[in-house]
Design a protein around this ligand. Structure first.
Ligand SMILES: Cc1ncc(COP(=O)(O)O)c(C=O)c1O
Length: 375
């Protein structure tokens, strides 16, 4: 008998909470990603060279001391046009979602989720005693505004909206978000702007003090450095919101969860706007080109305002994903997402990368005898 099987066979001495026992395991398909990574919506190239320089200046002292987030939070807040107390840096948006849910969700509460959407909302809510209320988008995967409004109840506690959404790339308009916040004053409206830079529209300004803006005391916005900034490995994200809500969130958030390297990289990442603009411009140009390649192949696709496109592959989606991987292009099968059977999400990188991806895509379609014309 191996040591491992002894452990498995031993009667459980300590049981986790019932909700944790009921949680599904979530294993994103990491591993063997030494290829063209069009599977996690990361920056496919690099972060700003200014960030690399900042990393080179890290001293032993920086590593010895506990990270000090407040001065960097103040820089981030100024960048967003907000007061320092309105911003909390986090270990990626994933920690932000986790902490937000831990702060607000309790037994009997409802988390309203337009679906399909980002997986981690459901993962983290399933560790709480709240109930997820999914609001399924129609086949066009547009934001289900009216249905979402109709699903608001007195028990709704958080409404989480990724804007742009993943995996669809669709968006909710500013007017729709304002209406939702107003119709659910007893709930937090989380607007997750992970893909903001590719979309260009934000509701962060609604948190500021500029005149003539609607007052939305229940709005919280999330941002990440994992996408356009190319810092997914550093784990850096943030929540921004009204001071009253942020105070509660900061009680739950670890003061040390953003490490010193990430803190050192944030100011140069923000300062190098030229690099960010260049990368975003490159992705948007590549997206237009790649859309044309998908249309030429006759594949159905959903209009996207982000750095990825959802594509209809059909019944052979698994083989397609595998063949693309074998050709050195990683893409993400989203078939298990609600309403996404047969659909694959492809991250947009640079034009050069997407030309390679288009070649691999056409070869995979030909090998699998997938005919276009699904549009
Ligand atoms: C909508 C959305 N929010 C958040 C994240 C995760 O961000 P982070 O890497 O900062 O945890 C993702 C990653 O794919 C995402 O799609």
């Amino acid at each position: 008998m191996t040591e491992q099987s002894t452990v498995i066979l031993a009667p459980p001495q300590v049981a986790p909470r019932a909700r944790v026992q009921a949680m599904k395991e979530y294993h994103p398909p990491l591993g063997c990603r030494d290829a063209l990574r069009l599977d996690f919506n990361e920056n496919t190239l690099a972060c700003s060279p200014k960030v690399r320089e900042a990393l080179g200046r890290i001293s032993t002292g920086d590593l010895t001391r506990y990270p000090e987030r407040a001065p960097v939070e103040a820089i981030m807040a100024a960048h967003l046009g907000l007061a320092a107390e309105q911003v909390a840096l986090t270990n990626g948006v994933d920690e932000a979602i986790h902490v937000l849910f831990e702060t607000f969700l309790e037994a009997g509460d409802e988390l309203l989720l337009p679906v399909p959407t980002y997986t981690m909302y459901e993962v983290y809510s399933s560790a709480t005693d709240a109930r997820v209320v999914p609001v399924l988008a129609a086949d066009d995967l547009q934001f289900p505004f009216e249905r979402l409004l109709a699903a608001i109840t007195p028990r709704t506690k958080i409404i989480a909206i990724a804007n742009p959404n993943s995996p669809s790339g669709s968006v909710a308009t500013r007017a729709q978000l304002i209406e939702i916040a107003r119709r659910a004053p007893h709930a937090v409206l989380l607007v997750d702007e992970a893909y903001f830079h590719f979309y260009g529209e934000t509701v962060v300004d609604l948190l500021g003090t500029a005149p003539n803006l609607p007052s939305l005391p229940n709005l919280i916005v999330a941002r990440t450095f994992s996408k356009a900034y190319g810092l997914a490995g550093l784990r850096l994200g943030l929540l921004a919101g009204p001071v009253e809500l942020m105070r509660w969130i900061k009680r739950v958030l670890s003061p040390y969860s953003v490490n010193s390297l990430a803190l050192a990289c944030l100011p140069p990442a923000l300062e190098d706007a030229a690099y960010l603009d260049w990368y975003v411009g490159e992705v948007l140009a590549a997206r237009t080109e790649f859309e044309a390649a998908l249309d030429k192949a006759g594949l159905r696709r959903w209009p996207s305002r982000a750095n990825f496109i959802l594509v209809e592959i059909g019944a052979r989606h698994k083989e397609f994903t595998r063949l693309m991987g074998a050709a050195g292009v990683l893409v993400r099968d989203r078939s298990s997402d609600p309403g996404c059977e047969g659909r694959v999400r492809i991250t947009i990188g640079t034009r050069e990368q997407m030309r390679l991806a288009a070649v691999a895509l056409n070869q995979a379609l030909a090998a699998l005898k997938i005919e276009g014309g699904a549009q």
